[in-house]
Design a protein around this ligand. Structure first.
Ligand code: NDP
Length: 332
C-alpha cells in the first residue's frame, strides 16, 4: 500500500524532501471493516496549515505519520454489512492508495446525489458547504449588497461569487492575472474583477467598490484584507474563510488598520466547515438546484499520481490551479 508520509515539518514553501513515499503492507480485513481504494485526493490550501508544527483545529501531524487528506474511493473488499463491494465513498482517507475503515467515517456518494465523481469535490463536499454556509450563514449576504470575494477564481471563491449573484448582490472578485479575471466576468457573470498582481491593484479595487463593501468573503488575508477593511461600509461583515497568503509563514503580522473593525462596527467571523453546526442538507439542496438550472458552474483540475501531492499543494499557493484541484490515484 503506497503511502505519503510526513518526513519533517516544512519551513516556508513545501519541498519534496518534506515527505517520503513508502510501500507498507495492508492489514487483513477484520469483521466490520471495509477496504477502500483511493480514486481522488482533494488538494486543499489547509493541507499547508496541517503541516504547521502546532495543533490547530485538528491535531498536529507528526513526522512518520501518513499525511492527512480527504479522499473519494471505491470499496474493493468488505466484511461490513453496510457497504457492498463497488460502493463509492468519501472520507478522511489520508494520502495513501488504500485505507481500511470501520465505515463510521465514510459517506456513500450515491446517498448524496447522482453526480460525476469529481463534482463531489468541486460542487458539493467541503467546498460547496464552505461557499454556501460561509456566505449565507456566516456572512448573511443580502440582495442589493456589495460582496467582495478574494481567491475568486478558485474552488470556493468561484462558487461564492456565483451564489452572491444568485442572491442579488453586486459581486466583485479578486484574482491573480488577467485571464482569471476575464473568466470571472465573462464566464461566471461577476459584476467586476480586479487583478491583485497588477500594479494599480489598490486603486482598481477602490474603483470597483465605489459604494463600499457590505460583505467581504476573505480567502487570502494579507494586503487584500487591509484594503477591504479600508473599503468596508459601516456594520459590514467579514467572513474569515481562509488566509492563503499567510500559510507558508508561521509568524505573520496582523492588518495594520484593524481599528476599522471598531470605527465601522464590523463583524469579523471565522469558521471551519468540519464543525458539526454546518448542516449539509440545506447547502446541498440549493447547490444542486442552482447547478441543475445552469446558474452555478464548477470545474475540476486533476493531476495524476500520489507523488504529485506536495507539488499540488504548492500549485494552490502559486495560483497554478484552475478550479478545484485534486490528485487522481486510480481509475474510477
Ligand atoms: P483555491 O481553488 O481557491 O486555490 C487557492 C487559490 O488561492 C489559488 O488558485 C490562488 O489564486 C490563490 N492564492 C494563492 N496564494 C495567494 C496569495 N498570496 N494572495 C492571494 N491569492 C492567493 O482553493 P480553495 O477554494 O480550496 O480554498 C480557498 C480558501 O478557502 C483557502 O483560504 C482555504 O484555506 C479556505 N477554505 C476554508 C475552509 C473553512 O472551513 N474555513 C474550507 C475550505 C477552504 P490566484 O491565481 O488568484 O492567486
Amino acid at each position: 500500500n503506497r503511502q505519503l508520509l510526513l518526513a519533517r515539518h516544512p519551513e516556508g514553501r513545501i519541498r519534496d524532501e518534506d515527505f517520503r513515499l513508502v510501500d507498507a503492507p495492508l492489514a487483513p480485513l477484520a469483521d466490520g471493516q471495509v477496504q477502500v481504494r483511493t480514486i481522488y485526493l482533494s488538494i486543499d490550501p489547509t493541507m499547508r496549515v496541517w503541516l504547521h508544527p502546532t495543533d490547530n483545529y485538528l491535531p498536529m501531524i507528526q513526522p512518520g505519520e501518513v499525511f492527512r487528506g480527504i479522499g473519494i474511493g471505491v470499496v474493493e473488499a468488505t466484511r461490513h454489512p453496510g457497504f457492498a463491494q463497488g460502493t463509492l465513498v468519501q472520507g478522511l482517507f489520508g494520502c495513501q492508495q488504500r485505507v481500511i475503515s470501520d465505515g463510521s467515517d465514510l459517506l456513500v456518494l450515491s446517498d448524496i446525489a447522482p453526480l460525476p465523481v469529481t463534482a463531489h469535490f468541486s460542487l458539493l463536499g467541503h467546498i460547496g458547504m464552505t461557499a454556501y454556509c460561509g456566505l449565507v450563514k456566516v456572512g448573511a449576504a443580502k440582495a442589493g449588497e456589495t460582496l467582495l470575494v478574494s481567491g475568486a477564481a478558485g474552488a470556493v471563491g468561484a462558487l461564492v461569487g456565483q451564489i452572491g449573484r444568485i442572491l442579488g448582490c453586486r459581486v466583485v472578485g479578486v484574482a491573480g492575472g488577467a485571464e482569471k479575471c476575464r473568466y470571472l466576468t465573462e464566464v461566471l457573470g461577476f459584476d467586476a474583477a480586479v487583478d491583485y498582481r497588477a500594479a494599480d491593484f489598490d486603486a482598481s479595487l477602490a474603483a470597483a467598490c465605489s459604494k463600499g463593501i457590505d460583505v467581504y468573503f476573505d480567502n487570502v488575508g494579507g494586503h487584500t484584507l487591509e484594503l477591504a477593511l479600508g473599503l468596508m461600509n459601516d456594520f459590514g461583515r467579514i467572513v474569515c474563510c481562509g488566509m492563503i497568503s499567510t500559510y507558508n509563514d508561521y509568524d505573520v503580522p496582523g492588518p495594520r488598520n484593524i481599528v476599522q473593525v471598531v470605527l465601522k462596527r464590523l463583524r469579523m467571523q471565522g469558521f471551519v466547515i468540519l464543525d458539526p453546526e454546518h448542516d449539509p442538507k440545506e447547502a446541498y439542496a440549493h447547490l444542486l438546484q442552482w447547478a441543475g438550472e445552469g446558474r452555478l458552474q464548477h470545474r475540476a483540475h486533476v493531476v495524476e499520481g500520489l507523488e504529485r501531492v506536495p507539488d499540488a499543494i504548492n500549485m494552490l499557493l502559486d495560483g497554478r490551479n484552475q478550479g478545484k484541484l485534486m490528485v487522481r490515484l486510480s481509475d474510477e
